[in-house]
Ligand binder design. Structure first.
Ligand SMILES: NC(=O)c1ccc[n+]([C@@H]2O[C@H](COP(=O)([O-])OP(=O)(O)OC[C@H]3O[C@@H](n4cnc5c(N)ncnc54)[C@H](OP(=O)(O)O)[C@@H]3O)[C@@H](O)[C@H]2O)c1
Length: 264
């Protein structure tokens, strides 16, 4: 499919693996100029090399910056070129009882998951408004609605992203810029694979049995009853990055396999 992304400059936060890396691969194949990111040089270089082996003519580079550290974000912003597309993908979580979570954990998740996108958007939205074209995409989660008991701070950050994204979209009224949110459900990243493997070993079950049990017990509302692949989510991100999605602004596109439920 031609998403009309040739030559568009894209930055994807937290993209040395998972959904971000899969998004980079699709956008590169569409001819975009992509900059990926992770905390350290080693992973960034490894991911850049991987993407170059997948596409010999890839226009790809990477910048290491840790979104937990404000000075690193300022340094990152100085290194970034003028962007056409900003994908606020970085997200961290910690599965823990509410009673065991210290204040600093709440603040760190908020800082990485919400303020990363706030800070980058504050810098790049005015530039997009000036040239009257741009895409900003936030990555939320089904947890914004489901609020699992062991992921309350994470869910708080993912719900906050919905408000930030909608608010920024309102600032684009009458322009060719759009700001939207992708809301993934449980997605088969390396982290999810490790989780499934650990449970399979712990309970002496097959991977399929563990996956079925997760969906019947923890995501009973899912209509697909399985993890989404990273490319299923990345394809939706590519669509919202594209000029083809120009009438979608201030929206939330769910790629949750129906887990959130309801009709909104
Ligand atoms: N996977 C799911 O089931 C799922 C479901 C719903 C929503 N989401 C959301 O989708 C987004 C992507 O998730 P994912 O599961 O694909 O991620 P992932 O596989 O866990 O990858 C995380 C990425 O973020 C980078 N990263 C982590 N902490 C960082 C920091 N402080 N500063 C900069 N980069 C950092 C990691 O790079 P380094 O390790 O190289 O630093 C890595 O590239 C997140 O916002 C997540 O909340 C995921």
């Amino acid at each position: 499919m031609d998403y009309k992304l040739k030559g568009k400059k894209v930055f994807i936060s937290g993209s040395t693996s998972g959904i971000g890396l899969a998004t980079a691969e699709i956008l590169i194949n569409e001819g975009a100029i992509v900059i990926i990111n992770g905390r350290g040089e080693k992973n960034v270089t490894k991911a850049v090399d991987y993407l170059k082996t997948k596409n010999k003519s890839a226009k790809i580079s990477g910048i290491a910056a840790n979104f937990s550290i404000q000075e690193e974000i300022q340094r990152l912003i100085k290194k970034l070129p003028d962007l056409d597309i900003l994908i606020n993908n970085v997200g961290i979580y910690n599965s823990k009882s509410f009673y065991e979570i210290e204040d600093k954990e709440w603040y760190n998740q908020f800082n990485v998951n919400v303020m990363s996108g706030v800070r980058l958007s504050k810098y790049f939205l005015p530039k997009m408004l000036k040239k009257n074209w741009g895409r900003i995409i936030f990555i939320s989660s089904e947890c914004a609605y489901l609020v699992p008991n062991d992921l309350i701070p994470y869910s708080m950050t993912k719900a906050s992203i919905l408000a930030v994204s909608r608010g920024l979209a309102q600032l684009t009224k009458g322009t060719n810029i759009t700001v939207n949110t992708i809301l993934p459900g449980s997605t088969l990243t390396q982290g999810a694979k490790t989780f499934l493997n650990q449970k399979a070993v712990e309970f002496n079950k097959s991977l399929n049995e563990v996956e079925d049990e997760f969906f019947s017990k923890s995501r009973g509302s899912s209509l697909i009853g399985r993890f989404a692949s990273v490319s299923e989510v990345a394809n939706a991100i590519a669509y919202l990055s594209s000029p083809l999605s120009s009438a979608t602004n201030g929206s939330v596109l769910k790629v949750d396999g129906g887990s959130v439920g309801g009709i909104s």
